[in-house]
Design a protein around this ligand. Sequence first.
Ligand SMILES: Nc1ncnc2c1ncn2[C@@H]1O[C@H](COP(=O)(O)OP(=O)(O)OP(=O)(O)O)[C@@H](O)[C@H]1O
Ligand SMILES: [Mg+2]
Length: 526
Amino acid sequence: MRGINKSFGAAHVLRDVSFSIHAGEVRGLVGENGAGKSTLIKILTGLYSADAGTIELEGEPVTISSPADAERLGIQVIHQDRHLAGRLTVAEQLYLGRSESRRGWVSRKALNRRAAEDLRRTVGLEVPPQLLVDELTVAEQQLLQIARAVLAKPRLLVLDEPTAPLAAAEVAQLFGTIQQLQEADVPIIYISHYLQELRQISGRVTVLRNGSNAGDVDLASTPDSPDSSDSSDSTDGLGKVIELMVGAAVEEFGPPRATRHPDRRSPALEVTGLAVPGALADLDLTVHSGEILGVTGLVGSGVDVLADAVTGNIAHAGHVRLHGQAIRSAHAFVRASGAYVPADRRKNGALVRNTVRENISLVTLRTLSSRLGVIHRRKEQHVAETFIRELDIRPARADAVAGSLSGGNQQKTVLARWLAAGSRFLVLDQPTSGVDVGSRAQIYTQISKLVDAGAGALLVTVDLEELVGLADRILVFHRGRVIAELSRGEASTDRILALASGTQQQAPDSISEPTSSLRTITREHV
Ligand SMILES: Nc1ncnc2c1ncn2[C@@H]1O[C@H](COP(=O)(O)OP(=O)(O)OP(=O)(O)O)[C@@H](O)[C@H]1O
Ligand SMILES: [Mg+2]
């Protein structure tokens, strides 16, 4: 891609951007939220057309004016905000528009069998192919999309934030898939805010800053030594990347904070006997005021439905009480001063057609309205501007339409809504998904501020650094039940990883809840 320019109205979001990739190369593409990564990819894949610039594929100039053009050229992409048709089955989605789907009319059984095999082989995903796409978690949908792209035997594969919803084991699986493609000489463009990942899988990294090329960095100074990824002497390349991204050095995680002393006598959230068929079995947990309880687990471990269940967004058995009030609906949860930042912001979070101001003030509206129900525009504007500043939402305009913001900036907007509402309890499901390093630190500060002021929080995350850095107590899920509880001092990313993947058991006497009553339910029981 050469000399790519793109404007949306008055906003010039790509300026003379150039980008190239060789056969068999995994090229990282990074930059702050709003730097222009997804826009560049959308031009490459025919969703947007460039105002100026040229594209060549294997030496030939190409015109890509629609996604169909890109597909025909063999360019496969996993977009950052995926939209899957919910009424299709997993198998149908896997082969939609491909020749295999016709065979489905002959024998659905054969199609399903084949889909199950293809999913296992390409991405290690084990879900019944006859399930509806809607019934999959965000992570499972992501793996399904990746499998679909891989099955198309692409000439070029683009992955925009592929690992945001994935836990460590799925990431490892994905990297295996990437390596296979690389050996088959398929070039892969890899966008991620998890900079550590780039060191594992990519050689060169292209950095965008404010819509321009900031430079390329070669991370492969120590090639062929994947097991040295945890040694700290190779952080230099990444340091350079971050510097190019933001124009200054940034600490990836803030300084260690003081230990909190949550009030153990005042439970904020009490969950007893919570069960969701096929996902969670007989769960008990308590979160106190002034405490962050972190939970994690692999896809299908139950953590992916936990947030929806405790916030009254999906049907479940058992009891949930927030600040003493029974929670049976999403409405009741908000009324009990609960805030919910869902993992899938497109589905449950951002109102993409509304402005940033309206998104942020959505929950606070009642306090901002006069008795006649008139919204105090000026107060609304003030609240919006405060959080745009605190979380560095870009562009810094309260009247920008949320749907036009970059992925990370939409995520920050959804978070701002609940931080602005001053809620006394936060349920955060992958709160920093797609958020860049600098903004992540700002979000952690805001969350800590609320908790230090007495709010409780349930943090569901696949980001283990985030988990260990923020949580006071950690529950690790495996196959629908809690298999370990770790205090802040006991937790390390390695330990959690081993527990979550089931390769290590916690000593039975250190588990606070008796596990004998916990049943394992798998999807097959649905
Ligand atoms: N359809 C649109 N209309 C108006 N502005 C847009 C549109 N799409 C993107 N933009 C703007 O273009 C800029 C670049 O956005 P882009 O989505 O490419 O960023 P990104 O680098 O992918 O960020 P992130 O890491 O948050 O995903 C942002 O300022 C965004 O607000
Ligand atoms: Mg993006």
